[in-house]
Design a protein around this ligand. Structure first.
Ligand code: UDP
Length: 239
């Protein structure tokens, strides 16, 4: 297999839940450390990396609204949660000798740079791992939409969604023993079959801009590197 990575620039979407390990809230330093190791390893073979992190391990606007809070306030809290996660990931990357920058979609100057597309691309070109925080900066969106948006904006050649399942299945594999995994789907398939891959806004953006998406299991160590080397693990959505 060639030493050259298959991808030049990727956008990695990590859910907030991915950071909490076996706990039901917050950040597990071991989990974030392992993810940072894998991300740096891939950066060192020449892949340029942007990351969007969710906030579901701390707050979600919809959950707060269900408990009686104003939805927009809840979404602001959710976006701030993603900033905390991005700071933690940047710290883990830098502790391991990598270079990271946190860019926020809402202004929060004492802790993060503002998201400015050209500056973000410049950081990425210089080998810095850019953490796009605060989602899209707007309530009623999700970090899946933010990931699709940033992937298109910075010209990524692949959007990766890291989950705890090894791809997209015909049914929930935890409840249906006969569920099978799709190796490849089109965006049309995802919409028609109402597959829960990402939210509709994110799927529509990827489809309209021809952004390939791979869903993979980030709990299996080494998966990110295998994808960068060209292995088809998980499910690819393209076309
Ligand atoms: N959020 C938002 N606008 C965005 C992205 C996120 O308002 O563009 C808020 C929303 O409340 C969301 C929370 O931030 O529930 C955390 O993001 P998300 O639920 O996407 O995180 P994940 O499920 O990936 O951990």
């Amino acid at each position: 297999m060639s030493d050259q990575p298959k991808y030049h620039r990727i956008l990695l979407k990590l859910s907030g839940e991915a950071l909490m390990g076996d706990a039901d809230y917050g950040i597990d330093p071991k989990v974030i450390g392992r993810l940072a190791d894998e991300i740096i390893e891939v950066q060192r073979i020449g892949v340029q990396i942007g990351i969007v992190i969710g906030g579901g391990n701390i707050f979600r606007g919809a959950g707060l609204a269900a408990a009686g809070m104003d939805r927009v306030t809840g979404d602001h809290m959710g976006m701030l949660a993603t900033v905390m996660n991005a700071l933690a990931m940047a710290d883990a990357i830098e502790k391991r000798g990598g270079y990271a920058r946190v860019m926020s979609a809402i202004q929060i100057h004492d802790v993060a740079e503002d998201y400015i597309r050209r500056r973000a691309i410049r950081h990425i070109e210089k080998g810095r791992i850019v953490l796009f925080a605060a989602g899209t900066g707007n309530p009623f969106f999700t970090t899946d939409s933010a990931a699709a948006l940033r992937a298109v904006e910075v010209g990524a050649d692949l959007l990766l969604k890291a989950t705890k399942v090894d791809g997209v299945y015909t049914a929930d594999p935890a409840r249906h023993a006969d569920a099978t995994r799709y190796e490849q789907l089109t965006y049309g398939d995802v919409i028609q079959r109402n597959l829960q891959v990402m939210d509709t806004a994110a799927i529509a953006l990827c489809r309209d801009h021809g952004m390939p998406l791979r869903i993979y299991d980030m709990t299996v160590p080494g998966s990110l590197m295998r994808i960068m080397r060209g292995e088809s693990i998980g499910t690819l959505v393209d076309g």
